[in-house]
Design a binder for this molecule. Structure first.
Ligand code: CTP
Length: 403
């Protein structure tokens, strides 16, 4: 998955000839799944048209505090724009705009957004080589970086003046790669390996029948995606499920039975930092799997079931440095039962689902959970989408492993 997917990107374009490349940058960002809002400085319109940029970004392009042609115009709120953005890119960043950014000058919408925004700001300088070398430009580049803005360095090459030197705006592909690498570097779970189990297990009775359950796997898949978005290396071990991880860099291991899941988990547990076992593993399996389809003969059929290995408990017993999370589905004495499960299985955190809560549990796209930590801290959640619950869970894990 591109790290830019679903990111709100405010692209500021200033008045330099390199603005023609910014149209392609918009296209690349949109292709990565980003939501792009372009803000042009008024003079940048001389270099690239709002029509091109609004068509490519699929959003109206903003340039002024209000739309001067519309007498009922609403104010383009720079504060809201700054809050909306996950990050800002200013490309090209001209010497003029960089100087204004350094000095707090605020004479257009883009500069007002810049001054009020709290999100990361990337800027890609572009100008002729002597302007780029000028003392005042050097000073501004340093000042802007000292204040936390991230420079995407200009490249060496032929410039619009015909001269050859440093000052050419980084190519749009390089800008996207630079930002992705920078985001990745700062992700909180970078360098950590997270193991997740998901879905049901099927325990074969004969070649065509099995014992299973209604778990869709959605909760576990969302947890795997949330961990991946936080930069973790994720191994997802899943029983049969229709859920997809397309677009994400997640290693998926498909299993069918509890025994296969047990083996896969034990193959990866040692190297992982965090394990979240959300699979609805069958507690019992047929003692014997018939090799031929069972024919109906008698009026009743007895099936002897034996316990499956408790995967979560087995790794709880082996746990050393790992942070271990389990799930509990309870119908009565929920908190007490979940707490005792947490202790019995040597967990750091347990996620309690109560079947009494409407919208919680198997199948649907929502869940309502309570997080209980080994320290005894209890956090009762609201009814949320499984994606939000997964993100809350990963935030809590992150907080606890860094505590
Ligand atoms: N689990 C497991 N292996 C099993 C059974 C369960 O890893 N064979 C894990 C699940 O992935 C989940 C947790 O254990 O994280 C659920 O514990 P379990 O004791 O099965 O809970 P319930 O199904 O709620 O059990 P009980 O019937 O004992 O209440």
């Amino acid at each position: 998955m591109s790290l830019l997917r679903e990111q709100n990107v405010l692209l500021g374009i200033t008045a330099g000839i390199a603005a023609y490349k910014s149209a392609w940058l918009v296209r690349l960002l949109v292709k990565q799944g980003a939501n792009v809002q372009v803000v042009l400085t008024p003079s940048a319109k001389e270099f690239v048209t709002p029509l091109t940029l609004s068509t490519l970004s699929k959003n109206p392009v903003l340039s002024h505090f209000t739309d001067e042609k519309d007498e009922n115009a609403v104010w383009n709120n720079h504060v809201d724009l700054g809050l909306w953005a996950d990050f800002i890119i200013i490309a090209p960043a001209t010497a003029n705009t960089m100087s204004k950014m350094t000095n707090g000058i605020c004479d257009n919408l883009l500069l007002a957004v810049y001054l009020s925004a709290k999100c990361p700001v990337y800027f890609a300088p572009a100008m002729d080589l002597d302007m780029y070398k000028h003392d005042s430009t050097r000073h501004n580049l340093i000042e802007l970086q000292k204040r936390g803005n991230v420079m995407i360095p200009a490249e060496h090459g032929e410039l619009a003046s015909g001269l050859v030197g440093e000052g050419r705006m980084a190519e749009p592909e390089s800008i996207v790669a630079f930002i992705e690498a920078h985001i990745k570097e700062g992700l909180p779970l970078k360098g950590k390996k997270v193991l997740v189990t998901a879905g049901p297990t099927y325990e074969a009775i004969d070649p065509v029948r099995f014992i299973g359950n209604h778990s869709s796997g959605k909760m576990g898949f969302e947890i795997a995606k949330a961990a991946s978005k936080m930069g973790a290396e994720v191994v997802l071990i899943s029983g049969p499920s229709n859920e997809s991880i397309e677009g994400y860099s997640i290693e998926k291991i498909s299993v069918v039975s509890a025994e296969e899941m047990y083996n896969a988990v034990h193959g990866h547990f040692d190297q992982c930092h965090v394990a979240v076992l959300s699979a609805a593993v069958a507690d019992y399996r047929p003692e014997k799997t018939e090799s031929e389809k069972i024919k109906k003969t008698d009026s009743s059929l007895g099936l002897k079931l034996v316990k499956t290995e408790d995967i979560l408990k087995s790794i709880g017993d082996l746990k050393r440095h790992q942070y271990l999370v389990g799930f509990a589905l309870e119908t009565s004495n929920e908190i007490e039962n979940a707490k005792s499960k947490l202790e019995r299985k040597n967990l750091d955190l347990i996620v309690l689902n109560s079947l009494k809560d409407t919208g919680a549990g198997f199948g649907g796209s929502t869940n309502k959970v309570t997080f209980i930590s080994a320290s005894g801290a209890i956090k009762v959640g609201e009814l949320k989408s499984k994606r939000e619950v997964a993100s809350d869970l990963m935030d809590l894990i992150l907080k606890n492993i860094n505590a």
